[in-house]
Design a protein around this ligand. Structure first.
Ligand code: MRU
Length: 350
């Protein structure tokens, strides 16, 4: 159902939608180097946990593609490690980026004995393609599993963008809505504007509108009263990293929604692929939270909105404690509380 191509490989380069230009312009840009990949991820031309994992994988291949083939495999692997560290430093919170980079690194190391540099490069590109394809399949599965949870609801609230534009196709939080719509169900959505960078207003509203799903944008500060007025049946959000106990990092503002959901007794669902789980991290306290430029707050609307010299604080993500989450929707099924056992079982099977 989603028709937007967030990211595509072709002609030895990656084509992405430049999400900084939405909704005014649906414009594509070509990425043909590792530095351009770093820049696209850092500046949020491409964003959303699964999408930056896929972009990172292709970017790492691009960074290795010109490595001279007459050099040693050992040198190739040293350079690969350097490039992994470089791309990994572009955004710290979404674990999908380091997960994808480590997957390519492990692949290269596993097959390196007896292979030429050209063959290792080809294996890296194949692994990046595999990550892309798995994301498409997994997000569709998340949609099918999540639809079973939300099919009795009509009005859903979401925060930030965890739709097709945050992944390769269906999204995570929006996938159940797309699957439901394909099956003839009618949903309507409240999209939180999502300050400071307005991913909800600019991107979620854009893609739902393109798909013909009714969407109403509200300012973040309106969500509590809209929920209190009984206008929301359930909340679904995506995730950037989920710790072993279920604590979930997602776009700043998610935690307050979960608190409001609990107060007003509506379900609060998290949708994420297993690549977003980080079981090496016991709880949300250990999840690194990206802090972004003050200018996103002081000059966010193209004009100065904060007096010169006034301090601002701009954390991009927050942690929702596991106890406020009703269920976590994955491609392998729904995890219900207590999460620790379900998370450890599904991630071990993966
Ligand atoms: O800063 P962003 O736009 O990359 O933040 C994105 C989110 O917080 C999403 O909810 C999350 O990455 C899940 S995307 C399926």
């Amino acid at each position: 159902m989603p028709r937007l191509k967030t990211i595509e490989w072709g002609d030895n380069s990656v084509r992405i939608i430049d999400q900084t230009l939405l909704p005014a312009r649906l414009s594509y840009c070509k990425i043909d180097s590792i530095t351009a990949t770093y820049d696209a991820i850092k500046t949020l031309k491409i964003r959303g946990a699964p999408a930056i994992g896929v972009a990172g994988a292709y970017g790492l291949y691009l960074g290795m593609a010109d490595f001279p083939e007459d050099r040693s495999v050992t040198d190739f692997l040293i350079y690969l490690d350097k490039n992994v560290r470089y791309l990994d430093s572009s955004r710290p919170t979404a674990v999908n980026l380091s997960w994808a980079l480590q997957r390519l690194r492990t692949k290269a190391k596993e097959i390196s004995a007896g292979k030429t540099i050209l063959q290792i490069k080809q294996a890296l590109l194949e692994e990046a393609h595999a990550i892309f394809e798995e994301d498409r399949t997994n997000c569709r599965k998340i949609g099918e599993n999540g639809f079973e949870l939300i099919k009795e609801y009509h009005t859903i609230l979401t925060h930030c963008n965890a739709g097709g534009l945050a992944t390769t196709e269906y999204g995570t939080a929006l996938a159940p809505l797309y699957i439901g719509t394909e099956r003839g169900r009618i949903f309507s959505v409240y999209a939180d504007e999502t300050r400071p960078l307005l991913q909800g207003a600019r991107i979620t509203a854009f893609e739902l509108n393109e798909a013909g799903i009714p969407v109403t944008v509200i300012c973040d500060s309106m969500a509590a009263s809209v929920i209190a007025a009984g206008k929301v049946d359930a909340i679904i959000v995506g995730a950037d990293r989920i710790a072993a106990n279920g604590d979930t990092a997602n776009k700043i503002g998610t935690y307050s929604l979960a608190l409001v959901a609990r107060e007003h007794k509506i379900p609060f669902f998290v949708a994420a692929p297993l690549s977003t789980f980080d079981t090496a991290i016991p709880s949300g306290n250990d999840i690194p939270i990206e802090e972004r430029e003050p200018g996103e707050i002081t000059d966010g609307f193209g004009k100065r909105t904060v007096p010169d010299g006034v301090a601002v604080y701009n954390p991009a993500f927050d942690i929702t404690p596991y106890r406020y989450i009703s269920a976590i929707i994955t491609e392998k099924g729904i995890i219900l509380p207590p999460f620790e056992t379900g998370i450890s079982r599904l991630t071990a099977e993966n």
